[in-house]
Ligand binder design. Structure first.
Ligand code: GCU
Length: 432
């Protein structure tokens, strides 16, 4: 039914259940100081985790709660109902006839959100079965990613730095301006699909939440977030999850539900990792140059100028994390986890950390240490972890379940990066 164009209320999905809420955790002052990396295989109460069953039943849920309580805030619950209001268009002649592109508009109820989410989906026309699909959050709108005249120009806030941005809003002039970052032709040639959405449609990257979806989830009478209410990154991760919901219910394109890959660059990479850590439907995560608050350690010297500290990130981007997180600004050693635990939450699923030499702000060396420290969890689950003890040479992909890649150059996403992403996905999930 979903193939027909311009039908409204094409698909209504009713979800059951809400996410579990936090158990009680100590105040920051009562947490022990742990300058060393916390052992991912030791529970908060000191109990050692020695079996895969204990990891899955006890430690993994505990870590999910800890990250949400102290750092990101609790992701908003899945709304009770999602409606595919409209398939805006479908074009099977995209990329010289190699791909079919479409865009759908999603609405959410229970709570009723005024926000609408536009999901662009591109799949290869030549395929032998269901296609693995990258799910990405973008900065500037779907129309910036693919140069196609019918893609919706978002009405929401976008960054000033986006091509064609006027008064913090996207315009026609932005069409295709980020196509060079996303390399859809390469993705399609290699047999993958690609879905994306724009972060501003969920929550504009501004220091307050009135323009995002957050207030819709507040308790009656609540006007501002409490300590572990979601920051913007948690809310964006919710957006990834809604796109996964959509991919799994839509019938028009053959998606391989075991091979859904979350990907994002920088702040969007932090989000892509959190989304995968919190949702096992995501089969692989590529947080590209994600750095502090994502893939790089929280435990770095407080006065570091070279790599970003949590104090810097909480000062410059006070809305990214929950209000509990800045309490650790001067005492990161009190955090009951570090970012290796977020990576470990993805186990046994593959994770690739990719970096650039000139992007020291994102702490590429520290990120490699995070992989090493996540490795024991992968081993406990009986899958290989990180297949290297030292950082690889430049442009040499460590293509193990925990992967690492670093190239010369700066903070950006390039065609070469995509070559590494696709090689990683081919090996870790199977070549489509
Ligand atoms: C800033 C910020 C980083 C972030 C980056 C980005 O540099 O300090 O944490 O990753 O912006 O999102 O581009």
């Amino acid at each position: 039914m979903f193939m027909n164009i311009r039908q409204s209320l094409l698909l209504v999905v009713v979800f059951g259940g809400r996410l579990g809420m936090a158990t009680e955790f100590p105040d920051v002052a009562a947490l022990p100081s742990r300058p060393e990396l916390p052992d991912p295989l030791v529970m908060l109460d000191g109990t050692k985790v020695t079996t895969a069953e204990d990891w899955v039943a006890r430690r993994r849920p505990e870590l999910k709660q800890l990250f949400q309580h102290y750092m990101y805030g609790f992701l908003p619950p899945k709304p009770q109902k999602m409606v595919v209001e409209q398939v805006l268009f479908t074009d099977d002649r995209f990329l010289d006839g190699k791909a079919t592109i479409s865009e759908s508009r999603l609405a959410f109820f229970g709570p009723d959100l005024k926000h609408r989410l536009h999901v662009m989906l591109v799949v290869p026309n030549k395929r032998s079965g269901p296609v693995p699909v990258f799910v990405a959050m973008n900065f500037c709108g779907n129309h910036a990613i693919a140069n196609h005249p019918q893609i919706h120009v978002p009405e929401s806030w976008v960054y000033k730095s986006c091509g064609g941005s006027v008064n913090d809003h996207a315009t026609e002039a932005g069409r295709g301006t980020q196509a060079g970052d996303w390399n859809l032709d390469l993705i399609i040639d290699r047999g993958y699909g690609f879905a994306c959405f724009c972060s501003g449609e969920i929550d504009p990257d501004t220091p307050e939440f009135s323009d995002g979806i957050e207030p819709a989830f507040y308790a009656p009478g609540q006007t501002s977030p409490k300590g572990d209410d979601p920051g913007t990154i948690a809310t964006w991760a919710w957006g990834f999850h809604r796109v996964v919901d959509f991919l799994l219910v839509q019938q028009s394109q053959p998606i391989d539900e075991k091979r859904i890959i979350s990907i994002g660059h920088s702040r969007n990479g932090k989000t892509a990792l959190l989304a995968a850590a919190m949702d096992e439907r995501i089969g692989l995560a590529i947080p590209h140059q994600a750095g502090c608050g994502g893939t790089a350690p929280d435990r770095v010297p407080l006065d570091s100028k070279k790599v970003e500290t949590i104090e810097r990130i909480n000062t410059h981007f006070p809305h990214w994390f929950c209000d509990n997180f800045p309490l650790f600004n001067r005492v990161p050693e009190k955090l009951p986890f570090d970012q290796h635990c977020l990576i470990a939450l993805c186990a046994p699923r593959p994770v690739l950390l990719s970096n650039a030499v000139e992007d020291q702000w994102a702490n590429p060396d520290g990120q490699f240490e995070m992989l090493k420290a996540a490795d024991p969890v992968y081993r406990l689950l009986g899958v290989g972890g990180l297949g290297a003890t030292e950082q690889p040479e430049l442009q040499k992909l460590v293509n193990s379940r925990l992967g690492y890649y670093i190239r010369p150059g700066r903070h950006s996403m390039t065609r070469e990066d995509w070559g590494a992403f696709l090689d990683f996905a081919d090996k870790q999930l199977g070549n489509p």
